[in-house]
Design a protein around this ligand. Structure first.
Ligand code: NAD
Length: 332
């Protein structure tokens, strides 16, 4: 069976080739995103393997189905880039990797929080230039701070455990609160109360039509002045124009983002010699209290191994009609 990959990077090839030794599929790697412009690259493939910024709209899925594709394998957890209704209608099996390493993402969120707070990125550069001054590097203790976690699924839980280890008070908001987390000392609150009481807010919910722009002018105005916001979930959870305004007025004290609402035009590429035609990210990058990473929270050895293994096993199981009913990897 042939599988065509889109948005393929050298590290995808390394990990998928390694774990394909157990399967012997024919793997074809395309560097470009999947979209209307690239769908014709699919030839004689039964499965297509895509990542977060590939666009699986109804017309793209229709074109894939016409070419004989039967399986869409998302090598990620989020599926906001896929029209699942259209996939169902076309009889396409869509699978994903529901939990490859929640700790990888949670630990990156914490790394960003510690960096922006204790300014280790600035200290590193200063010391290398023999500037041993501490001016401008003042941070605050995480101990005893109130951390609001929005979305307490696998990643939110892992993040919560770490923050409790730091001695933080953890508040949470989720449309499905978790009793075990309440028993572990986390306080679930309505969203607006969490926003009002938190010193640090970390987003760990998926992007859905209901929570698009969850962080907007109105919700920002409810937050504590000087709040730190961390987003490792999806860019569309934050209205970028509104958060830039809140950074300018200092309502937001610091922002860490691993995701950005227009990231598909930028992330996962070296654009260092290009003119970037995106004034919003340029404005964000100009703030000294904004830390941006390019969707790397998942990027650990453990996570990439799990992604490759689960994806290839799922494709094999679907192909052999052995996928257990109700499996959490299946989206259709
Ligand atoms: P999960 O499904 O285990 O948990 C998501 C939680 O969010 C659930 O408890 C759900 O009830 C809750 N939720 C859903 N809609 C909500 C809403 N409107 N308000 C509040 N809570 C809501 O998912 P997960 O594995 O913890 O992943 C969370 C998200 O992290 C993914 O959807 C994805 O967008 C993102 N992610 C990012 C990276 C990265 O590299 N930056 C990697 C993996 C996942």
């Amino acid at each position: 069976m042939k599988i065509t990959f889109f948005s393929a990077k050298p590290y995808d090839k390394t990990f998928f080739d390694r774990f394909n030794q157990d399967h012997g599929f024919e793997l074809e790697y395309q560097e470009t995103h999947l979209g209307p412009h690239s769908v014709d690259l699919v030839k004689n493939a039964e499965a297509v393997c895509v990542f977060v910024n590939d666009k699986l709209t109804a017309p793209v899925l229709e074109a894939l189905a016409q070419k004989g594709v039967q399986i869409i394998a998302l090598r990620c957890a989020g599926f906001n880039n896929t029209d699942l209704e259209a996939a169902k209608r076309l009889g396409l099996a869509v699978c994903r990797v529901p939990a490859y390493s929640p700790e990888a993402v949670a630990e990156h969120a914490v790394a960003m929080l510690l960096t922006i707070n204790r300014k280790t990125h600035k200290a590193y550069n200063r010391v290398r230039e023999q500037n041993f001054s501490l001016n401008g590097l003042l941070g605050f203790n995480l101990h005893d701070k109130t951390v609001g976690v929005i979305g307490t699924g696998k990643i939110g839980k892992a993040f919560t455990r770490i923050m409790q280890g730091f001695g933080c008070k953890v508040l949470a908001y989720d449309i499905h609160p978790d009793e075990a987390l309440s028993a572990a000392g986390v306080t679930y609150l309505p969203l607006h109360d969490l926003l009002r009481q938190s010193d640090i807010i970390s987003l760990h919910c998926p992007l859905t039509p209901q929570n698009h722009y969850l962080v907007n002018r109105e919700t920002l105005s409810l937050m504590k002045p000087g709040v730190t916001i961390v987003n490792t979930s999806r860019g569309g959870l934050i209205n970028t124009v509104d958060i830039i305004e809140a950074l300018k007025t200092k309502q937001v004290g610091a922002l860490c983002i691993d995701v950005y609402e227009q990231e598909e035009k930028l992330f996962f590429r070296d654009l260092s010699s290009h003119i970037i035609d995106d004034d919003l990210i340029q404005r964000l990058m100009s703030f000294p209290n904004v830390l941006i990473t390019a969707h790397q929270a998942f990027f650990t050895e453990e996570a990439l191994s799990e992604i490759a293994q689960v994806t290839l096993n799922s494709i094999a199981d679907i192909h052999n009609h052995q996928m257990p009913a109700g499996s959490p990897v299946m989206l259709t």
